[in-house]
Design a protein around this ligand. Sequence first.
Ligand code: SF4
Ligand code: SF4
Length: 301
Amino acid sequence: MAKGIVFDIKRFAIHDGPGIRTTVFLKGCPLRCQWCHNPEGQAPRPELVVRGNRCIGCGACLAACPSSAISMDGNLTVTDRRLCTACGACVEVCYSETRELAGQEMTVDELVAEIERDQAFYDESGGGVTFSGGEPLLQPGFLLAVLKSCANRGIHSALDTCGSGEWDELDMIRKHTDLFLYDLKLMDDSRHRELTGVSNQAILENLQSLSQAGHDIRLRVPVIPGTNDDADNMGRIGAFAAALPALHRVDLLAYHDTAIDKYRRLNMNYPLDEVRSASAQRMNELAQVIRGFGLTVTIGG
Ligand code: SF4
Ligand code: SF4
């Protein structure tokens, strides 16, 4: 049976599609967006997360680590991530919960059982399950099996995707997906490469193909001040969206710097340290640019 790597399951989500939803975060992403708020979802394998401020310096993790990846610097631990195999032994012995693993292997049945626990809320609210990440399309076989199982149980499904990847895989997935929450960030390809690490060509082509196939799609545009919040980019997004075969809703999502601590826990640099959220007025101005193309725009965060 296919297995996948899941790094979080968020219950009672109300911003990831209609109704009350369970959002499942799958590990691994082909993009490296500078503003990524889930850095623990980027690598396609489990990773150690260390909340250094909780450490009481007991040293239990040093003794437990089979890879000699941990040393002490005064009362604090230092983990050599080149040696760490994410075995989880230190997590087991750390009573202060300084250490945890981001990402655990699950079977299709195990994940579907977790999703089914909230069936009553889906029924009551018109909700369902949303697959996010990371990028769920990086685990296509697992995702497909879970989607089919959810469909068999009458559970509404949404896929929060960056849209980057092979059409053949998306084509397979789309037939079992009720709603797409499709990220669109930058229309200029060179800027897209610079700020996310990949071209936007496949992303735009896949979006067109999904729209041509008649899928229910909500475009999600993160607004990152100084990065993609210029009227030119928003105008190009509006023009592209308006030219799609079906008229879709656009969600403008305000940037927040709440992920900075996550980067520290993974020993990763956060490249947008100085960036702050756009004002409500600026969000409204950008929404108006897109509304100018006849599209319905909502502002969220
Ligand atoms: S086991 Fe936990 S609390 Fe003890 S030294 Fe290691 S990280 Fe710190
Ligand atoms: S996860 Fe395993 S290898 Fe990594 S630091 Fe902890 S005990 Fe060592």
